[in-house]
Design a protein around this ligand. Structure first.
Ligand SMILES: *Cc1c(COP(=O)(O)O)cnc(C)c1O
Length: 376
């Protein structure tokens, strides 16, 4: 566990459940990204964790911001980011929201179809746009396929249309899927992007930017390659497909930047069995799917969990949340090994929870308040 968080827990005894986010750890990670991908501008995906203190730190470190809505744009601005450091990266935007972003000085927008290009041409004339292409997201533990992006051959048409509408056909984006364990996952989409650039140039359009998206992993239970490995693989893929004509690049890490910086303190509420001879125990925590752990859907994200009783003998447990919804089960198909000595009241520490937790917590299901968070 991160020492600063350990000390905070010992000193402050915050009420359970809560998330503690360590800014020092984010700073180190930000610098690691800057080291392994020195030529890429980093746009932090705010949706992962929009805590104001975190955004302020990132502004100081020089980060830019990927926003999905006007409220997220306002959070970035409130933290001190200037409009040229903000992109409106959602491909699905109301025209009124595009106009609101334009009024705030935002001039970089994502699109994935002609219809969205038309909206932007009307509401943010002259803006820079990048077209998102579909990505298979093979291997990603939290895929982002199908809903976002268009086929590469359509992207050519979309950017030609954008250009015709007076927009700046700035580039192409893709996302290899969140929690992508394969550093080579950027290679195939980059080959497609290079081909799109080529075609656009043949049409007299000069795209300049490739948005490499997020996908950089956090440390959960399965081992992952180092950030250096990702940086090397991506740089090699860029050289392979663009040679001496390297485009500007953007990365948009969310999980990879803040996931490991957070830890959730929770508590055991109940340990029980459903039958006398049931070998599997049910362990109910004071946090579940509706309290911030929604990424356990389909048991996709498997968080490392620690207790003060680690080292005692373990048996498989079904791990569930506290609410009155039977969907509120974290791990059942693949039960979780937990100490037999575990009892109600025991503290449970859930690692790697800095991303996609507070923003996903419900506001009052069963009267439970949204996940409290402390940024230290
Ligand atoms: C969610 C999202 C990201 C962040 O993805 P991570 O895998 O968390 O790094 C980046 N870009 C876009 C467009 C996104 O929607």
């Amino acid at each position: 566990m991160l020492n600063r968080i350990r000390q905070f827990l010992l000193d402050q005894h915050p009420p359970s459940p809560c998330l503690i986010l360590d800014r020092e750890s984010v700073r180190v990670k930000y610098q690691a990204f800057a080291r392994v991908l020195p030529d890429s501008r980093l746009f932090y995906a705010i949706k992962a964790n929009p805590a104001p203190e975190l955004l302020e730190l990132l502004v100081k470190l020089g980060s830019s911001f990927d926003c999905a809505s006007v409220p997220e744009i306002d959070m970035a601005l409130a933290a001190g980011a200037t409009p040229e450091r903000i992109s409106y990266g959602n491909t699905i935007k109301k025209e009124a929201d595009i106009a609101a972003a334009h009024a705030r000085g935002i001039s970089l927008f994502a699109i994935d179809c002609r219809e969205e290009a038309e909206k932007i041409a009307r509401a943010a004339p002259g803006a820079r746009v990048f077209c998102r292409i579909l990505s298979e997201c093979v291997g990603a533990e939290w895929p982002l396929s199908r809903k976002f992006g268009c086929a590469p051959n359509l992207a050519v048409g979309v950017l030609i249309e954008a250009d015709r509408l007076g927009l700046d056909a700035y580039g192409i984006s893709f996302h290899v899927g969140s929690q992508q364990p394969n550093p080579d996952a950027w290679d195939m989409p980059l080959a497609a992007v290079a081909a799109i650039f080529h075609e656009l140039v043949n049409h007299g359009i000069r795209p300049r930017m490739v948005n490499l998206g997020g996908g950089f992993p956090a440390h959960y239970l399965t081992a992952i390659p180092t950030l250096e490995t990702y940086g090397r693989a991506i740089n090699q893929a860029l050289w392979r497909h663009f040679g001496d004509h390297l485009p500007e690049t953007i990365i948009e890490p969310g999980r990879g930047l803040v996931g490991d910086a957070g830890l959730i303190k929770a508590e055991v509420v109940l340990v029980s069995r459903k039958a006398e001879d049931d070998p599997v125990r049910w362990v109910f925590l004071d946090i579940g799917k509706f309290g911030g752990l929604i990424e356990t859907l389909d048991e996709a994200i498997r968080y490392p969990i620690h207790t003060a009783r680690d080292g005692d003998p373990t048996t498989p447990c079904i791990l569930a949340g506290p609410t009155c919804d039977s969907a509120d089960i974290l791990y059942e198909k693949t039960p979780y090994e937990l100490p037999v000595s575990l009892v109600p009241g025991d503290e449970v520490l859930i690692e790697g929870t800095g991303a996609y937790t507070t923003t996903y917590a419900s506001i009052a299901f069963n009267g439970i308040e949204p996940l409290r968070s402390y940024v230290i």
